[in-house]
Write a protein that binds this ligand. Structure first.
Ligand SMILES: [Zn+2]
Length: 248
C-alpha cells in the first residue's frame, strides 16, 4: 500500500469512527433544546432522573417552610395537564428562598411509595434567584372528595389552552394539614422534556384524598401522561423526622 493510500485509508477510518461516535452520543439527533443548554456531547452518567420509587429513605432534617397565600388563580388546560398560574407563594429550603411559579397535575402519580402508583400527583414548581428549581410533590390516594380539587374541577376549562379564574385560592389547600407535612427529599430532574437535572424534589409522605369521581374527571380532562419511576443510581433519599412549617 502506498503512503498516500495509507493516509486515505486512515482518513476514511477516522471519519467513519467520528460518524459512529456522533450517532452513539446522540449528537446527530434532533433533540436540541435551548432551554436544556443545547446539545451536549459529553457523556453524563449516571443519570439522576425523576420520578423515583420513594423507598429506603434515611432520616435527615431539612428545614422546609411554606409561605403560600391566596390569589386569583389562573387555570390553563394544556395538552397533557391542567396548570395553575398567577399563584402567590414562597418556599424556604434550609434557608434558601424559592418563589412558586405554577402547579400542575399528573394522572396517575409519577412517584410511588414502593407499591403501585396512586391516582394522582400535584407538582408545585418553585425557582430561586439562581434559577434552580425545587418541586413539591403531593400524591393523592383514593378516598373522600377533596375540597381543594373540587374548587378546581368546578371551573376547569375543557378546551385546549382554555383559561378560567378562581378567586381566593391558596395552593396551601393542596398540601397535607399542618403538622402532617413530613417529606422525602432527593436530587432529580423534570419529569417532562427536556428532563433537566439539578431539581430538588420534596415529596410529601402523606398522600391526600381524592374521590373516584374526581380522579375520573381529572383523567378525562388531562389524559394519562405520567413518567414511570426511574433508576435510582445510588442516590440517597432522605425523610424528614418532623413536619414542614409555615413560614411567615
Ligand atoms: Zn409535573
Amino acid at each position: 500500500m502506498s503512503n498516500q493510500a495509507v493516509r486515505m485509508r486512515t482518513g476514511f477510518t477516522s471519519t467513519l469512527l467520528a460518524s459512529i461516535l456522533l450517532v452513539v452520543s446522540g449528537c446527530a439527533g434532533s433533540h436540541s433544546n435551548p432551554e436544556a443548554g443545547g446539545l451536549s456531547c459529553l457523556p453524563k452518567s449516571p443519570p439522576y432522573q425523576s420520578p423515583l420509587a420513594l423507598t429506603d429513605a434515611s432520616p435527615y432534617e431539612t428545614r422546609l417552610g411554606f409561605g403560600y397565600r391566596p390569589s386569583t388563580l389562573k387555570l390553563i388546560k394544556l395538552e397533557d395537564t391542567l396548570q395553575g398560574m398567577d399563584v402567590n407563594g414562597r418556599l424556604t429550603v434550609d434557608g434558601m428562598e424559592y418563589t412558586l411559579l405554577q402547579f400542575h397535575f399528573h394522572t396517575p402519580s409519577e412517584h410511588t411509595f414502593g407499591g403501585p402508583e396512586l391516582p394522582m400527583e400535584a407538582h408545585l414548581v418553585h425557582k430561586n434567584k439562581w434559577g434552580q428549581l425545587a418541586v413539591v410533590g403531593v400524591l393523592f390516594r383514593a378516598g373522600d372528595e377533596n375540597d381543594a380539587l373540587k374548587r378546581i374541577l368546578d371551573i376547569a376549562p375543557r378546551s385546549l389552552c382554555g383559561e378560567a379564574r378562581l378567586a381566593e385560592f391558596s395552593p396551601e389547600s393542596l398540601l397535607p394539614p399542618i403538622g402532617q407535612r413530613e417529606f422525602y427529599r432527593y436530587a432529580g430532574s423534570l419529569t417532562t422534556p427536556p428532563y433537566t437535572e439539578g431539581v430538588t424534589w420534596l415529596v410529601m409522605r402523606r398522600a391526600q384524598p381524592i374521590s373516584t369521581a374526581q380522579t375520573a374527571a381529572f383523567r378525562e380532562l388531562m389524559g394519562s401522561h405520567s413518567r414511570k419511576p426511574q433508576d435510582r443510581n445510588g442516590r440517597t433519599i432522605t425523610i424528614s423526622e418532623g413536619s414542614a412549617e409555615n413560614a411567615n
